[in-house]
Design a protein around this ligand. Sequence first.
Ligand code: ATP
Ligand code: MN
Length: 563
Amino acid sequence: MGFLAQESSRVKTATLTENDFQLPLLGTADLHGPVGLDAHGLEPRGTVRWNYETPELQQHAIRRGEGDLSAHGVFTSRTGARTGRSPKDKFTVRDEVSEDTIWWGKINQPCKPELFEKMLGHAQWFLSHREEIFVQDLFCGADAAHRISLRVVTESAWHAAFARTMMIRPTAAELATHEPEYTVLHTPYLLADPDTVDGLDSNAFILLSLKHKLVLIGGTQYAGEIKKSLFSIMNYLLPATGQLPMHCSCNTTGGNTAVFFGLSGTGKTTLSADPNRRLVGDDEHGWTDHGIFNFEGGCYAKLINLREEDEPAIYATTRMPGTIMENVILGTDGTPDFTDDSLTANTRAAYPIEYIENREPSGTAGHPQNIVFLTCDAFGVLPPIARLTPEQAAYHFISGYTAKVAGTEMNIDKPTATFSTCFGAPFMPRHPGVYAKLLTEKIAGHHSQCWLLNTGWIAGGAGQSDRIKIKWTRALLNAALEGQLADVEYQTDPRFGFQIPQTCPDVPREILNPRNTWEDPAAYDHQADQLAEMFRENFQQFAENTPAPIRNASPEAMSSTST
Ligand code: ATP
Ligand code: MN
C-alpha cells in the first residue's frame, strides 16, 4: 500500500509507504474477537473500521480532514478549545461498587447513575449514526498477569490512532480471542448541553462507571483524556491485589532500575529517555512482587521548546511518520515550530515506545534500586537534588508538591504551587493512604534509595532566572543512579531535613545549595520558610491518619515571623 499525502495542502513530500512508519505491520485490519459492538449497545449504521493500523488510520484521518501532515509525514492535529485535560468535567459514578472504595471529593467527583445512563444513551445513539466509526481492541499492562483488555470506540480516525499508539497492541492471534473487559466510548464532537443535563458544568464530560466497566469521553478532543482514564482504572484495580500503581516513568540498565514520579511537566518523559538507560515507560507503571511493568505501549511527550541537543531521542520521533503531534504549529513548508505556543504550551507528541531506540522491549524491569520524586519548584527553594530517608519519602509522596507549568489543564497559564497527593491525585481513585502504605512497604522490602529532584528553578525562583539546565539535572540524576553520590559530603537542610550533596561530577558546586544561588540570602530564607509552611498546611488533612515517623518528617520554618 502506498498513498498520496498531497491532500494535505502543506505537504511537499509525495508518497508515504508503510515502510516509512518503522513499526512492523501486524495485519489486524478488520480482525476482531467474539465480542461485537452490540455488547456496548451500539447498532452502527455506517462503516466500522476494526483494528486498523497506524498507516491506514493516518490515511483516513487526512481524508477526513482531521489534521495535516508535517514536512516529515507526521500527522498533526488541532484539538480546538480544549488543549489539556478537563478535570472539572470528570466524574465517577457513585453506586454500590464504587461507594466504599473511592476517595470522594473535589478530585474524585461523584455523579448519579442516572446521569451516566443518560449520557451513555446519547453516546450510543451518536456513534451508531456516524458514517464511519473506528474500533481499537488493545491491552493496558505489559505484565500479562495484571493487564486488562480494552476497547476504544471512536468517531475520529486520529483518536483511534492515538489509542493504538499509546496502549499495547495485540497480535492478530491475540485479537482472535480478545474480549474487552473495559470499554471507552469516545465522542469528541458530541457536546453536552449543561443547561439541560443536570450534573454537568460544561459541554465536556468524562464519566467512569466501574460497575459497567465503561468510560464515556465527550465534548473534548484532547487525546490525553483517553490514556488518563485508562490509567485511573488501573489505579483503582491494582491495590485490590496488593500491587502499587504509580504515576511515574521508568528506565533500567537491566540490573539497575529507577522510577521517576512527578506531576505534569516535571520531567518524567524527558528524563526517562536517556541514551545510556533502557526506557521501560514514560508515565504509568505498576510495582508487583516481581518488579515494575509499564501500563502502556507508547509515550506522550511535551513538545514546547523542544531542542534536539537537550532531548535527541524525543526530537527524533517528531520526524518519524506514525508519531501524532497535537496542537503543534507547522510552518508554510510543513516544518514544526516547537517554540510556537499560540494554540497552547501543552503541545504533544504521541509515539509508539518502539520509536525510542534504547528501550526495554518487555516493558518490565526489576525492583527499583532508586526512586526519584521530580518536582518543578517555581519558588527556587528546593535543591537540585536531595537524598531522602524512607520517612521523608513517604511524606513527600503523600504531599506531592510541584508548581504547575503552563497548559496541561485548562485555565492554568502561569506557574503556581500545587500539592497533588501521590504525584498524581487526579488519577488516583482510592484514598492516598492506600498508595502510601504500599509504597512504604515496597521501599522497605527492596531497600530502594529515594531522592528529591528539583527540575524547576533555583536562583530567585521563576521570573528571576532560567529553569535548571537539563544537562545539569541529567548529570545529578545519573550520578545518583550510578552510586556516585553514595559517599560524597552531605549537608542536612535546616528546614526540610533532607540531605544535600556538596559535590557532584559535571555540576557546578555553587548550584547545589540553592541559598547560595540567591542574590539576597534573607529573601531565600523568607521564601523557604513560606514553602515549609505551605507543606505543613497542606499536610494537615493527612496528619491524623499518618504514622508519627512520617508526620514528623515534615519541614519546619526557621523563623516564627515568616508567615
Ligand atoms: P506529563 O505527566 O504531563 O506527561 P512529564 O512529567 O512527563 O509530564 P515532561 O514531558 O518530561 O513532563 O516535561 C518536562 C518539560 O520541562 C519538558 O518540556 C522539558 O524540556 C522541560 N524542562 C526544562 N528544564 C528541565 C529540567 N531541568 N529537567 C527536566 N525537564 C526540563
Ligand atoms: Mn510525560
